[in-house]
Ligand binder design. Structure first.
Ligand SMILES: Nc1ncnc2c1ncn2[C@@H]1O[C@H](COP(=O)(O)OP(=O)(O)O)[C@@H](O)[C@H]1O
Ligand SMILES: [Mg+2]
Length: 396
């Protein structure tokens, strides 16, 4: 039992660090429990801010600004929702008595690709793509030529959704991949980029786990997903995995959870090759592919995260029929003026739509998702894709 956590009593105040679409769903789930929500992000009218009681615009990499917000709103819990956070400040705040979901340690380790890989691959001996870290374009070239080989993936240590990430098929593209990843380096920090073996997978899955305060862990049905250019496009539940694959993924996740303290939802990503289950990365918070839990079951990953954090009971989950989620993208740059085709999307059987309310778009920016159920995963996916394709984000 984590004794430093406040007793479950509502209402309370949560501070969301990052106010994107996942934070927005956390905020909505919090409203349903009478919780006051403070949302922070680096731009105005971010999705979660629109449904929060209070909001602040600041860089979450600015530790002093983060501390000022905490002093102003005195949250009972801090819930990280994005990558770019000054984790040293989180550690300090936690040691001063403000709990971080799931814990400052789990957040610090999982927000940095290198840190979590070193723990999982090197300390725990779990199979991940072979990887190395380079501090210069020249070092990257040597690593690729002599250790990792081609094709490989070059990534920034901190970002998500494909930013700073590229697949490199041969030496000619290395310089560009270095620049692309190194550009994402935090100010004042020596550039470091991760390079890893390319895995020719047959599928990829997210395994969501929720850990309660008493340590009890529940695994959700596996989520299958498809990414394009490193960014989430579609997810579905349950993913097709044979029993041995699911057992291997669950066992690895359990071991990793043993190194990451605190209650909440965790999202473990795996590549399935047919012969191997390879651990890729994890989130110590709800996962974007887990948006599908908004229609797959009675308690979504957002409700589960809050319940676990607050110490509220989590009953056995009840699943609906197979479920799917597909993203609605912006196609050009500009301020959002309206959404067309929502009524046509709703003509697709079982379809629901979540529009995130982002004030501006750019090509391939995720603006919403369509959700659907079906008698099979194939049917649910086809419906979600069809509904998503019918929504047109008009930018002016
Ligand atoms: N080593 C790899 N081999 C094959 N595909 C990869 C590899 N690394 C990333 N990808 C693809 O890019 C996606 C995003 O990469 P990931 O490392 O999960 O970054 P993010 O933090 O942005 O989710 C993955 O889900 C996968 O589809
Ligand atoms: Mg990922």
């Amino acid at each position: 039992m984590d004794t430093h956590l406040p007793e479950p009593s509502l209402p309370t105040t949560i501070l969301l660090l990052g106010a994107g679409e996942l934070g927005r769903e956390l905020a909505i789930a919090s409203h349903n429990l009478g919780i006051r929500v403070v949302a922070v992000d680096r731009y105005e009218r971010a999705p979660a801010m629109q449904v929060a009681h209070e909001s602040e615009v600041l860089s979450l990499l600015d530790g002093a600004a983060l501390r000022r917000v905490v002093e102003r709103f005195r949250p009972s819990y801090i819930i990280p929702e994005m990558e770019a956070i000054r984790t040293e400040t989180l550690e300090e705040l936690e040691s001063e008595g403000i709990p971080v979901a799931p814990s400052a340690e789990a957040t610090t380790l999982t927000l940095n690709r290198e840190a979590i890989r070193r723990v999982v691959a090197e300390e725990m001996g779990i199979r991940t793509p072979a990887f190395a870290v380079a501090e210069s374009a020249e070092e990257l070239r040597v690593l690729c030529d002599e250790t990792v080989g081609y094709p490989c993936m070059v990534k920034s240590l901190w970002t998500s959704s494909g930013r700073g990430q590229s697949m490199v098929t041969g030496p000619a593209r290395l310089e560009q991949a270095w620049v692309f990843a190194a550009e994402e380096t935090r100010p004042g920090v020596t550039p470091r980029v991760l390079v890893e073996e390319f895995i020719d997978f047959r599928g990829e899955v997210t395994l969501l786990a929720v850990r309660e305060r008493d340590g009890k862990i529940t695994f959700l049905q596996p989520i299958g997903h498809r990414q394009e250019f490193g960014a989430y496009r579609e997810s579905w539940m349950p993913a097709a995995m044979d029993a041995a694959e699911l057992e291997a993924a669950t066992a690895m996740s359990r071991r990793i959870l043993g190194r990451l303290p605190g209650p909440g939802v965790f999202g473990f990503e795996f590549y399935l090759t047919g012969t191997e289950v390879i651990f890729s990365e994890l989130s110590a918070r709800p996962h974007d592919t887990g948006l599908v839990t908004l229609c797959s079951q009675d308690l979504s990953q957002f409700e589960l995260h809050l319940r676990a954090l607050l110490g509220l009971p989590i009953p056995p989950l009840r699943y609906r029929t197979p479920a799917a989620s597909a993203v609605i993208l912006a196609r050009s740059d500009g301020d959002v003026s309206r959404y067309e085709g929502v009524e046509r999307a709703f003509q697709v059987e079982t379809a629901q739509v979540r529009l995130f309310g982002k004030p501006t778009g750019y090509p391939m920016r995720r603006m919403g998702v369509a959700l659907a159920n079906g008698s099979s995963v194939e049917e649910a996916r086809a419906r979600a894709l069809e509904a998503a394709g019918r929504v047109d984000v008009r930018l002016g």
